[in-house]
Design a protein around this ligand. Structure first.
Ligand SMILES: Nc1nc2c(ncn2[C@@H]2O[C@H](COP(=O)(O)OP(=O)(O)O)[C@@H](O)[C@H]2O)c(=O)[nH]1
Ligand SMILES: [Mg+2]
Length: 674
């Protein structure tokens, strides 16, 4: 689709220009020896995030509503043919992600269904390559692609017991009973999850399309409903005009889509409106019928009708393949595509923009302060040197003594930083402990044990509620430690402001409250899901266990992310202070040394003053250059500026200046009192 392609392409170009501008900024900082390890790490994270940025569209529906056809029509019509197989039967048996990771050759990676007999969801298996089967595909040939995609819909016949062990067979379900052959086997999907790596232009731009199977299959894989669908940037829920809104459609809408997140991300699609086309009806009559159906869907789904699009995916695809503009208009596909573009790109771009800007400002502010300390030091030295002009040896000696005195005083400041680091490390360990895997594993183990002991499904709800209460409590504990660290830093900075006149940027205000909200959301989803699981599985322990596992895995994801954020925040506390200490120490050293040289008549006062003037000019030029660097990065982020000049090739070999060590503390003193 030209609109989406254009929009994604622009967004992609903006992202890479921004990454380039940030890399250039880092290069400049590095060249000028203004890059500390922490800033370098933060910049690295931001650049990686820009490169890996993905936009996920999930397509959710009961089978045969036309999901695959819709994906073909919206995203892949330019392949010149139907790429995802469609048929009247249950084609898409396993959740399928279409994406492109350029580090891999075009291929299909599929997770065998047998992994369902073991614990862990697809995302856990995703991390271990060995579990996946990889099939290369010939991306250059459309036939090859179609053949390859058929692989995803492969099925196999297994004995009922085996299907049961995968949680795919319910003897109480008459439909499933009817599927059992005379030889006691049933048909199941061969694969549990598939990832198609395919170098299509849209996918290259970071689009990921998730095609999901119908309610039965989706219900058996809680990860889809708890994780993949809620994290999608757009969810298309597909209905078909010929079947209307069935009970299972409604169930799917409620449990999988509506309860999974914000309505801003949801679109309902009423597909197959070509079934209403009738040579005997006028266009107005057909439109009235379409509008009537939209109203009905809007009422039943409780969804704003502006979020409902009636289309014919099939006619849309045919129209695109045959370049038939009239048919395309009749398919009403373009209106849906426009809505998708508006929903997807601008919101995502805004988030990425504000994250990048806040990084640029933060790093810029830290460097600006370092340079300000340098400038002030040089100004003071110059002033001192100029005051020595025409003075006798006695005053020079006195000045040396003063410089030595200040260096010694400074030593106590540097010691305070080391002491603070020590205390900080201790609190940091306490802050991170509640988020550790072990703590979570223990809580999960307890919940599982209690559920086993209780056995009655009615007793499960309070146990799960307690599990979530425990998660919230852990997050609050961490927050309390975070507040302590913040206080510690503010106290230390207040000291420095008083004693040394340093103005340091206050630590970034930080809490992991957002993760509390995520726990709440997960609990809500769990509650709704759990009802369905208890009903669907009719007390089957294996399925409940799998469901619980997914809840635990999802909780772990929340905690892992929280832990990472907390670690990054802690890591950002001291480096700016340490950079100032380093800068100040260097200034004191220079100063004492130059007075010493003048005392020993190794250097003329005039020569030294000249040097200091040069150094001051250089520092001021750097401050100016920093402003320009920041301005350029900012305007690239805002999307207004020119793309940065030639990409500076900045490797990862960043010099990491050492933090202040205890040995270093004595050094200043030694050097100046020599
Ligand atoms: N008449 C009509 N049939 C469609 C349309 N979209 C899909 N179909 C048919 O519906 C059946 C199921 O489509 P498919 O995309 O495989 O559905 P899925 O199971 O939701 O992925 C196939 O036979 C398609 O040809 C449409 O817009 N109009
Ligand atoms: Mg399908």
């Amino acid at each position: 689709m030209a609109e989406l392609a254009g929009s994604l392409e622009k967004y992609g170009a903006w992202r890479s220009a921004l990454a380039q501008a940030i890399v250039e900024f880092r290069g400049w900082l590095q060249e000028n020896k203004l890059l500390d390890a922490e800033a370098s790490r933060r910049i690295g994270v931001a650049v990686d995030r820009l490169a890996e940025d993905r936009l996920v569209v999930a397509v959710v529906a009961e089978f045969s509503r036309g999901k695959s056809e819709l994906i073909n029509a919206i995203f892949f019509a330019d392949c010149g043919r139907r790429i995802l197989p469609t048929s009247a039967g249950r084609t898409t048996m396993c959740p399928t992600e279409l994406m492109y990771d350029e580090r891999l050759a075009p291929c299909i990676r599929a997770l065998p269904i047998e992994t369902r007999a073991r614990s862990g969801g697809p995302s856990e298996f995703r991390r271990s390559d060995a579990e996946w089967r990889t099939f290369p595909v010939d991306a250059a040939s459309a036939d090859g692609m179609l053949e390859a995609f058929k692989l995803v819909s492969e099925t196999m016949r297994v004995r009922v017991e085996e299907a049961k062990s995968y949680g795919l067979f319910d003897p109480d379900d008459p439909d499933q009973q009817a599927g059992v052959d005379a030889d006691g086997t049933v048909e199941i999907s061969r694969w549990r999850h598939a990832v198609i790596n395919f170098p299509h232009p849209l996918l290259r731009q970071g689009l990921v399309v998730l095609d999901t199977p119908g309610l039965n299959a989706i219900g058996a894989e809680p990860e889809l409903t708890l994780s993949l669908v809620p994290s999608a940037h757009a969810v298309l829920f597909v209905l078909a005009a010929d079947t209307g809104l069935t009970k299972s459609d409604l169930e799917m809408w409620r449990h999988v889509v509506r309860d999974s997140g914000a309505t801003e991300h949801h679109i309902a699609v009423l597909n197959k409106i070509d079934g209403l086309w009738d040579g005997l009806k006028t266009a107005a009559e057909i439109d009235a019928e379409v509008q009537r159906q939209i109203s009905l869907v809007s009422r039943r789904l409780e969804l704003d009708r502006r979020r409902i699009f009636a289309v014919s995916a099939q006619k849309g695809l045919v129209a695109k393949l045959q370049h038939d503009a009239q048919l395309l208009a009749a398919s009403r596909l373009p209106a849906l595509e426009n809505a998708l573009v508006t929903m997807l790109v601008p919101a995502k771009q805004e988030i990425v923009r504000s994250q990048s800007l806040s990084l640029i400002e933060r790093v810029g502010e830290e460097v600006r302060q370092t340079l300000a300390v340098r400038e002030r030091g040089l100004v003071e030295q110059l002033y001192e040197m100029r005051s020595l002009q025409g003075k006798n040896q006695g005053s020079i000696v006195r000045m040396l003594q003063r410089a030595q005195g200040e260096a010694a005083e400074f030593e106590t400041v540097a010691r305070k930083v080391v002491a603070t680091r020590f205390v900080l490390n201790k609190i940091a360990a306490q802050a991170l402990a509640p988020l550790k895997r072990d703590a979570l594993r223990e809580a999960a183990g307890k919940a599982r044990e209690r559920m086993h002991a209780a056995w009655l499904p009615t007793a499960f709800a309070p146990i799960i509620a307690e599990f979530f209460d425990g998660l919230r409590q852990a997050i609050r504990q961490t927050n309390a430690r975070i507040a302590e660290m913040e206080k510690l830093m503010i106290g230390m900075q207040g000291n420095f402001a008083q004693e040394l006149g340093w103005s340091l940027a206050a630590p970034m205000t930080f809490s992991i409250d957002s993760y509390l909200a995520e726990v709440d959301r997960l609990q809500e989803a769990t509650k709704l899901q759990f009802g369905a699981v208890v009903v669907l599985t009719r007390g089957k322990w294996g399925l409940i266990e799998r469901f619980l596992e997914t809840v635990v895995a999802k909780s772990r994801d929340i905690f892992v992310a929280a832990e990472r954020d907390v670690e990054a925040w802690i890591g950002s506390l001291l480096p700016p202070v340490e950079a100032q200490v380093r800068e100040q120490r260097a200034a004191l050293l220079r100063r004492a040394e130059s007075v010493q040289k003048i005392r020993d008549a190794q250097e003329s006062l005039e020569g030294r003053i000249g040097e200091l003037e040069d150094a001051l000019r250089a520092a001021q030029e750097k401050i100016e250059a920093l402003k320009q660097q920041l301005g350029r990065a900012r305007s690239t982020a805002r999307g207004s500026g020119q793309p940065p000049a030639a990409a500076a090739d900045v490797g990862s070999a960043v010099e990491h200046p050492e933090l202040i060590s205890a040995e270093e503390l004595g050094l200043v003193r030694q050097r100046v009192s020599a």
